[in-house]
Write a protein that binds this ligand. Sequence first.
Ligand code: 5AD
Ligand code: SF4
Length: 416
Amino acid sequence: MNVADSAAIGEHLRSRGGVATDLAQQADLVIVNTCSVRGQAEHKALSYLGRLALIKVKQPAMKVVFAGCMAERVKESIKKRFPFINLVVGARDIEYFPQLLDKFLGDMLDDRSVLSAATPQLTSFINIMRGCENHCSYCIVPTVRGPEKSRAVDDILADIRRMAAAGTKEVTLLGQNVNSYTSAGRGKTIIDFSDLLQMVNGIDGIDRIRFMTNHPKDFNDKLIETMSSCAKVCDHIHLPLQSGSDTILAAMNRKYTAGDYLTLANKLKHAIPRLAITTDIMVGFPGETDADFAATLRIIEHTDFDFLYAFKYSPRPGTPAAAGEDSVIRSKKEERLAILLEQADSIAARKNAKLIGTHQEVLVEEVTANGIAGGRTRANKKIFFAGESNLRGTLVSITVTGSKAYSLEGSFTSCV
Ligand code: 5AD
Ligand code: SF4
């Protein structure tokens, strides 16, 4: 979501004549877009601000904007610690960021020559909703991003049509929990997420649709049917599990059991046999015993995951879980995380190896000067093969000839 927000603000600045640089030393304006989902993300932002402080001494005219979830959380205190910050834009105001920035910058950009728009993005993100009301007991998102708000369906469709006209082939619909999307349609109809997917599926020029993230408690049969019947919806679902222990899931306020999750995963696989399922798992949630962790390992064994992202529990200020003790000691968290990371690697390697010899539809995203083409399969696996630059942006069929844990190799078979 932050990548999408940053891209949108970058595009806005570019449209006003801004020129992007990778070096803060060259910048007139630096926007630090922050995450606060775990403590480590906040530490990174703080240490980056520390580095900016040194640059600011040499370049006092440089302007610094501090934005996003952490900005929302610490907006009262951050300027005391880093007085050189010129503007703070919290996550709840992020949709008004362009207007806030225009007001702040005044005519700073207007005397620059306007450059042409960025190269068309083959793959684009679009926010379909903001905020979250699920209140998982560990999570800071409902506090920093506020209550759930779905965007109007017509606005989303208009944005995607515009993206398609500008060259986008693959669109990823974003929300903290897209499964609870709801918007008023024409007349008195209510558009839910499945309806939205069907509408996006009908947009000319868009070849592929992805979406994230999902909540197992809201993933219904209608959505499974929609996924299997809409040809452009890709064969990948990110379905955060968090834990395989019913006790921990209840303490997390996730509102499903490990059994519910397994049933859903099996249903999905049955309806869409090529589907890749990826997940998020947290270790060291307060009270997590060895038996709870063993239950998590068991469900991983029984669910045919393609990849898992593993995190150490990080107490977030103001969340219900942080009110109690962070009871699992650090070494235990690290031990469990190491086991999961190893699992993630071996699952990824095993799943990729199984694809050798199969044909995969690939959207070609890049072709290097020496003729190496790269893209992703419908199941979101990175794949590389020998190809000409005119293949960029096209759908091709690739035969998988080799595999590593995090990418595939293949040879061009035909255009799709
Ligand atoms: N500590 C550790 N991981 C967290 N996540 C969310 N909140 C926390 C936290 N307090 C993880 C969850 C979520 C992913 C985006 O980040 O696994 O699915
Ligand atoms: Fe956080 Fe839960 Fe909402 Fe996801 S669903 S953003 S984990 S509160």
